[in-house]
Write a protein that binds this ligand. Structure first.
Ligand SMILES: C[S@@+](CC[C@H](N)C(=O)[O-])C[C@H]1O[C@@H](n2cnc3c(N)ncnc32)[C@H](O)[C@@H]1O
Length: 211
């Protein structure tokens, strides 16, 4: 298959449908096509952690990261999300792009179900909830579970303000952590409580691997 260029990937991801009525408590904001394409392209070209790999996408939502990974020739990408509505949109997206290397599971990532998937995936990719909506600490729970599920590496987005805390945890868990990029994440106007039309927050794109 012809290898996709970064611009081509970004423009394909612009056609991925996103949350129709985002649920605030589940922190349902999609990764923008621009950020998703850059993340996935880096994971692919710099680290070779996508092509032919078994990939998990935790808190996959409508699936932009899984779909992009599938387009970059993942062996199989499995998305996990608690929300049936999001997975319905994800499923429609997969059908629209006629992708055969994507699957999805409805579950609470923080439940015991994921214990059975220890070291079941080569790579975990995720844009987890940040833990700012009555769910404090959920970002670190996602990270701990992702590290348990991955054999090679975890790629994740975290608020830059939590970097020191994550660094301490990574040391405690004997995990190597590399901030690959500092991003500006546009929390779009989908949430009514935001007074401004759009709010940029600083986010780290981080690669975690095993020492
Ligand atoms: C920030 S959104 C990211 C969505 C998608 N990965 C993307 O990049 O566009 C976080 C996602 O995590 C899901 N989520 C929140 N809590 C969850 C949980 N406990 N278990 C599984 N999914 C959860 C939400 O439904 C939402 O789809």
């Amino acid at each position: 298959m012809k290898r996709l260029k970064l611009k081509e990937l970004e423009s394909l991801l612009q056609r991925v449908d996103v949350f129709e009525q985002p649920k605030l408590l589940l922190e349902q904001y999609p990764t923008s096509p621009h950020i998703a394409a850059h993340m996935l392209y880096t994971i692919h070209t710099t680290f070779d952690d996508i092509e032919s790999k078994l990939i998990g996408d935790l808190g996959c939502g409508c699936g932009v990261l899984s779909i992009g990974a599938a387009m970059l020739d993942a062996g199989l990408c499995v998305g996990f999300d608690i929300d049936e509505g999001a997975l319905n949109i994800f499923n429609r997206n997969v059908e629209e792009f006629e992708l055969a290397n994507v699957d999805m599971v409805q579950c609470d990532v923080c439940s015991a179900m994921t214990n059975k998937l220890s070291k079941a995936f080569d790579t975990i990719i995720m844009n987890p909830p940040f833990g700012t909506k009555h769910n404090k600490g959920v970002d670190m729970k996602f990270l701990k579970i992702a590290l348990d599920m991955a054999r090679t590496a975890v790629y994740s987005l975290h608020k830059t303000s939590t970097r020191n805390h994550i660094q301490k945890k990574a040391e405690e868990w004997k995990i190597k952590m590399e901030v690959i990029a500092e991003l500006r994440y546009d929390l779009s106007a989908s949430y009514k409580f935001h007074k401004k039309k759009s709010i940029d927050i600083e986010v780290d794109f981080i690669r975690f691997s095993f020492k």
